[in-house]
Write a protein that binds this ligand. Structure first.
Ligand SMILES: Cc1ncc(COP(=O)(O)O)c(C=O)c1O
Length: 423
């Protein structure tokens, strides 16, 4: 086989490192010299910087984006006997966290365009569960104090005798675009559910809410970030953060991330080791200084893709570019940070194989929706339950997207698409 004209990886972390090598190396050496590795000044400084970037009061550094979700649910007291709603079209960790704390996992389908949780479907899922309450079919639940509805219902899907009480919902800001949060928050409020935003892919993304422009992760009770190396702000290993406006929740998170201790070797609650380490924090602080510039470059690359795809005639022929939603409540566009640039494509698998042959790296986020994963078979979901997610899983394809991506590389990628679809 002839070697391809270009090799364009889906992600090029080496190019990013090359540009900031000296800054990073100096910081790493300073941490090694200090021999202070656990929490400490670097973690505190990063927490302050991320809180300030996000416009929230508190940020608590933790060991990963997955642990950020787990510890958030723990801080809200969610566990066995409770139920949490989320999307089946997300990275595994969102749903895994719910199951890991012992709560019942309830899925809700997504919006066709944005791939994010849909507030109307969320309401339907809640209402449907309430109707299933034994002996109270058709009940909309009791209104408790504050007009909130009390939700306890038995569903066929739990694989258990008793279904959980709905406690929370986790919208995910997939690919770097915020879910339509105002209506989601309104439904959650109406039914007394806490909102934990999974902003693992959306650091710095903005949503034009009715209360002004809000950053991803700052609209619910808690918001979680991931610093996995491939993220827009990625460490040299695992890391994560939880954002909140609540002093009480921040204190609880700090306690839980260190086994639940209040002072050394005295434990008031059951936590775990969920700490962010100083090396990651120090490296992340260096990268944070570049984040705004990198985000702008990602958005610029996304605009170039959009324009070049439109010019190529591929869009008219059915290729779907990533939509940037204009949310109803406000005329201005939301700020998508393009963690991924994801198209919907006909003959997706053949296209991906063709691009690979041409040296273009791509990825499918995600090929099998979570309700169909083997480890969640006990929930009793089946194919067809969440058609929008299932269709997305067959059509999405993420293209190379990073600040260092060059116009020539993007031209080459477009030309490969044209070859595949026959101009
Ligand atoms: C949507 C989403 N949630 C959670 C996570 C988990 O983050 P981490 O890999 O840092 O544990 C990720 C990471 O890929 C993610 O994309």
């Amino acid at each position: 086989m002839k070697s391809p004209a270009m090799n364009i990886p889906i992600l090029d972390l080496k190019a990013q490192y090359a540009a900031i090598r000296e800054e990073i190396n100096q910081k790493v050496l300073a941490i090694l010299d200090s021999q202070n590795f656990i929490l400490g000044a670097e973690v505190r400084a990063l927490e302050e910087e991320i809180a300030s970037l996000s416009g929230t009061r508190f940020a608590v550094g933790v060991s990963s984006g997955s642990d950020a979700l787990i510890i958030s649910l723990m801080a809200l007291g969610v566990g066995a006997g409770d139920a949490v709603i989320t999307t089946p079209f997300t990275f595994f960790a969102t749903a895994g966290a719910i199951a890991r704390v012992g709560a019942e996992l309830v899925f809700c389908d997504i919006d066709e365009r944005t791939f994010n949780l849909d507030s109307e479907r969320l309401r339907e899922v809640i209402e449907r569960r309430m109707k299933r309450k034994p002996g109270r079919a058709g009940s909309r639940g009791k209104k408790g104090r504050g007009g909130k509805r009390t939700l306890r219902a038995t569903g066929r899907r739990t694989g258990r005798e008793q279904a959980g009480q709905l406690k929370a919902v986790i919208p995910v800001h997939l690919y770097g675009q915020c879910a339509d949060m105002d209506p989601i928050l309104a439904v959650a409020k109406e039914y007394g559910l806490a909102v934990v935003e999974d902003a693992a892919q959306a650091i710095g993304s903005e949503y034009p809410s009715q209360r002004g422009v809000k950053k991803a992760g700052t609209m619910g009770a808690l918001g979680t970030l991931s610093f996995y190396p491939s993220k827009n702000l990625g460490g040299c290993g695992d890391g994560g953060m939880v954002l909140t406006e609540s002093q009480k929740l921040a204190d609880k998170l700090r306690c839980l991330r260190q086994h639940g201790d209040t002072k050394k070797y005295y434990y008031k609650m059951l936590g775990g080791n969920f700490r962010l380490d100083a090396l990651q924090a120090a490296i992340l602080r260096v990268k944070l200084r570049h984040l705004n510039a990198w985000q702008a470059m990602r958005r610029e690359r996304a605009t170039t893709y959009d324009r070049r795809f439109a010019e190529s005639g591929l869009v008219a022929a059915g290729l779907v570019k990533p939509p940037v939603a204009v949310y109803k409540n406000c005329g201005i566009t939301n700020y998508h940070t393009f963690h991924q640039y994801v198209v919907r494509a006909k003959k997706r698998d053949a296209l991906q194989a063709f691009l690979k042959e041409k040296g273009v790296g791509t990825s499918v986020f995600y090929p099998l929706p979570l309700h169909l994963q083997k480890c969640f078979a006990y929930l009793g979901y089946k194919r067809g339950d969440f058609p929008v997610s299932e269709r997305a899983a067959k059509e999405v394809l993420a293209l190379p997207m990073y600040a260092e991506l060059t116009p020539d590389q993007q031209d080459y990628i477009i030309s490969c698409f044209k070859q595949f679809y026959g101009n």
